[in-house]
Every structure is written in C-alpha cells, then in structure tokens.
Design a protein around this ligand. Structure first.
Ligand SMILES: O=C(O)CCC(=O)C(=O)O
Ligand SMILES: [Fe+2]
Length: 338
C-alpha cells in the first residue's frame, strides 16, 4: 500500500511539524509524546484516513509507504557515526516529529530500556566496527528477516522506518505472511508452542556504549534479557486466527526445535519466506509502516562509506495498547519498557 501526499498536504505537514518542533526540543519529550495523538488530528484528513484503514482493516500487504515529505539533504547534516551522538539530532527534529506524529495515528510509540539507551526514536545507521553484526547498525552482512523484537511478548504492533538518506539505494526487504502459502498441517504445528526466540543483539549488554551505566532498574532490565537469553520460553510461531494468522519469528535467533514435525513446519515456513521475500528500497522522506504482526522485514548487505553521507534511517516501535506492557513500565504514560 502506497500513499503519496499532494504538494499542499506535504506543506501542511511540514508547517505543523515545524510549529511543534519550535515548542518541543525533541519528540521524545514526554509532554510531546502525551499530546502527539491529539496533535496528529491536525494532519491532512486523507493521510489520517489512509492510516486508519491500515490499522483497522489489516490489509494483506502488511505494509504502507508514505511518500511526499521532502528531506533537504544539506539541512539534515551529516549522518552521525553512532546513535549515541545525540546532539546531531537537532537537524532532523522536524523529520522525527513527522515520524512520531504519523505513527501516533497507529498507536503509542514505545522504547526499550535495553535498546539504544531507552530512546523512543532510534537511529539506523552503519557503525564502524559493527559491519558483521546482526544489527540495524551493521552493514556488510545480510540482516536476516525478522519480526521486530520477536523475542518479547510486548513487541510493537507496528514499526515505522523513515528514510533520511539512502545514497546507494540499499533495500529493506519485506514479505507479508499473507503471501506465504502454507499447508494446513504446517499451520497447525506452528500454532503449537515448540519454539524459542532469544533476544536479538541490539538488546544485549555488549551493545550498550557505556556498560558502567548499567545500574539500578537498568541492571534488572538486563537481568531479564539475560534470562530470556539463557532460558527462553517455548512459544508458537503463529497465533490468532488460523485462517489469517499473526506471526512471531526471528530465524537467526531461534534454536533447533526438538519435535521433528515442529522443526519441519518451521523449515517449511522459513524456506517459503526465503523464496518470496522482496526488496523494498526507500527514498529520502519516505516512511515505511510495517504491520509487525503480519509482515517480516530485513535489510540487504552494503558497504558503508563512513564519510557523513551514509544510509540513515529513523525507527519507531508502536503499540496499539500500552496496557499490554503496563507491568514493565513505571507509570501508565511511560513509554520505556524495562
Ligand atoms: O535498515 C533497514 O532497512 C531495516 C533495519 C531493521 O530491520 C530495523 O531497523 O529494525
Ligand atoms: Fe528490524
């Protein structure tokens, strides 16, 4: 599903986001996050209707690309060398606000205490030294297709990926489960809890830039991650309606399956996705909204430049219902899951 803003609509979005950027330093300001769903009422009606349809009707495509928002390559400055260089965010405040504001039409933006220092808006950019890691900040390896934060019961219902810069047209990869034909007995097996998914690298201690900061509540969060890593619970890969199932999978971080039929069912699904997954390259200003219950995504390998002009995306995770994670957040309105 694609949606292109008309020139006048794009100007209106830009004006609204610029006004908000003048009031809030960053879209991560809790006051901004609290009013974002209301401020989003001021977005163009056609855009609101499109996202409402995406949320409500769960189209078989399992994704939506919003285009038409301009990005000024010079004004956004250099691609930072690392996501921890937060001062570089001031150049892209309007873009970040556009991402959070449109995402707020699908639900509430959430973050993880154990990922990118608890930020709600993430930077996806290649980091020197991580070229061969299974991370958004890797580059030279294929980023295996996955459901975002599949290991976690409170993973987002949606993912928003905004392209700020993509000079080599490096594609995101994508496939909707609706496009994967599976025999009924395979579906049946995948509905049974035979499978384990360990936390992906982005949540591990080793990817925290300053491990000395792991104290107090954060130490408890990392303990929780350690536990999920050493003793992952057994879960089904498919759930919901057997006629149109939802999916929870991250093959790279799954263990061999004991039950032979369950193992064969998983292999059948993985092979079917591998055969069909396709490139979905994004251009600057485009936002890809992924239905994280129905579509898997990844990224093709590429050679980073490290010259300030590297591929640069912003990412948000969106929950339809914040209450699902209430026990892992300090206050009702908090966004960060511990
Ligand atoms: O870089 C991309 O296109 C996608 C990376 C990814 O899977 C993610 O950021 O979650
Ligand atoms: Fe991802």
């Amino acid at each position: 599903m694609r949606f292109t803003l008309e020139a006048g609509e794009a100007r209106d979005v830009r004006r609204l986001c610029s006004e908000l950027a003048a009031r809030y330093e960053t879209p991560e300001n809790p006051e901004f996050l609290a009013i974002a769903p209301v401020a989003a009422h001021e977005l163009p009606r056609r855009l609101r209707l499109w996202l409402n349809d995406f949320r409500l009707n769960e189209p078989a495509s399992a994704y939506g690309v919003l285009s038409g928002l301009p990005v000024d390559d010079e004004a956004i400055g250099d691609t930072p060398a690392h996501w921890k260089l937060q001062e570089m965010r001031r150049n892209v405040r309007v873009e970040e606000i556009a991402l959070v504001l449109t995402g707020s039409l699908l639900g509430e933006c959430i973050g993880w205490a154990t990922q990118q220092d608890g930020h709600v808006v993430h930077d996806i950019l290649p980091i020197k030294g991580l070229e061969h890691e299974q991370l958004g900040s890797g580059s030279e390896e294929l980023l295996w297709w996955h459901i975002e934060d599949a290991f976690h019961e409170c993973r987002g219902d949606y993912l928003g990926l905004m392209c700020l810069r993509n000079p080599d047209n490096v594609p995101t990869t994508f496939l909707s489960l609706r496009d994967v034909p599976l025999p009924a007995e395979v579906v049946g097996k995948l509905f049974e809890p035979h499978y384990t998914i360990r936390p992906d690298e982005s949540h591990l201690k080793k990817n925290k830039p300053d491990p000395a900061q792991i104290v107090g509540d954060l130490a408890v969060s990392y303990e929780h991650i350690d536990q999920m890593n050493t003793r992952p619970e057994k879960i089904p890969v498919l759930f919901g309606d057997p006629k149109a199932p939802y999916i929870r999978i991250d093959p790279y971080f799954m263990d061999p399956v004991e039950d032979p039929e369950a193992a064969a069912a998983l292999k059948c699904l993985i092979d079917a996705v591998d055969e069909r997954i396709y490139d979905l390259p994004l251009e600057p200003g485009e936002i890809l909204f992924v239905d994280n219950f129905q579509g898997v995504h990844g990224r093709k390998p590429f050679k980073a430049r490290y010259d300030g002009k590297d591929r640069w995306f912003k990412r948000i995770n969106i929950a339809r219902d914040l209450r699902r994670s209430r026990a892992m957040r300090e206050r009702a309105s908090d966004r960060v899951i511990h």
